[in-house]
Write a protein that binds this ligand. Structure first.
Ligand SMILES: Cc1ncc(COP(=O)(O)O)c(C=O)c1O
Length: 196
């Protein structure tokens, strides 16, 4: 059972609140996120005691920073159950991640007439890259419609998925009732993989 109060107590911003709202409920996590004390401390420690370039230098400090960076990649791989750490690519955010997939996978594998399926609730970070690569490769964007109550019309999904669907890219949390219309970080997967 998740102890929400305990987790909350680890986030200085949530404990301190702000001057207008205490306790603070922070709902803008898709744009940026609050950090727990251990993350703030690690960042502080890094900037004060260890800061140097990653994979850019042969001096001791840089080698140690590179080691720590790669150890983090391993930890992340373990945390999300990736097959190997080679599957982990660090980016600055969602837009950059989706651009990367669109311009690498999309530019190489999309062909004329292929279809990219997004939903009518996407942030432009999950629309524009697909539009650009679709235009370049002659692919087509299809959209899962939104019902009047704000849910996605999942009944329309079987009709939208076709043998030409090469990519399904949609934000992740829409099926959870308490997250209705809540936009989580988008996920993109080649249509050949299962998605849920
Ligand atoms: C719902 C949603 N998706 C995606 C993004 C884009 O994220 P990023 O700034 O990491 O590119 C944002 C940014 O505010 C967002 O609110």
């Amino acid at each position: 059972m998740i102890d929400a109060e305990k987790i909350r107590s680890e986030f200085p911003m949530l404990v301190a609140g702000d001057k207008d709202a205490k306790p603070l409920a922070f709902l803008d996590s898709t744009a940026t996120t609050q950090k727990p004390a251990c993350v703030i401390d690690a960042m502080d420690d890094f900037y004060r005691e260890h800061y140097s370039s990653v994979k850019r230098g042969v001096y001791r400090l840089s080698a140690r920073t590179t080691e720590a960076f790669e150890a983090t990649r391993k930890n992340v791989a373990k945390f999300i159950n990736a097959k190997t750490e080679d599957e982990i690519v660090f980016t600055r955010g969602t837009t950059e991640s989706i651009n990367l997939v669109a311009w690498s996978y999309g530019r190489k594998f999309f062909e004329e007439g292929d279809e990219i399926l997004i939903s009518g609730l996407e942030h432009h970070a999950n629309i524009v890259s697909w539009q650009l690569v679709a235009e370049m490769k002659g692919a087509k964007i299809k959209v899962i419609p939104v019902l009047d109550n704000g849910d996605l019309d999942l009944a329309a999904l079987p009709g939208l998925l076709t043998p030409r669907t090469k990519m399904v890219a949609q934000f992740r949390r829409y099926r959870e009732p308490h997250c209705r219309n809540y936009r989580d970080r988008p996920q993109a997967r080649p249509a050949s993989q299962n998605f849920d």
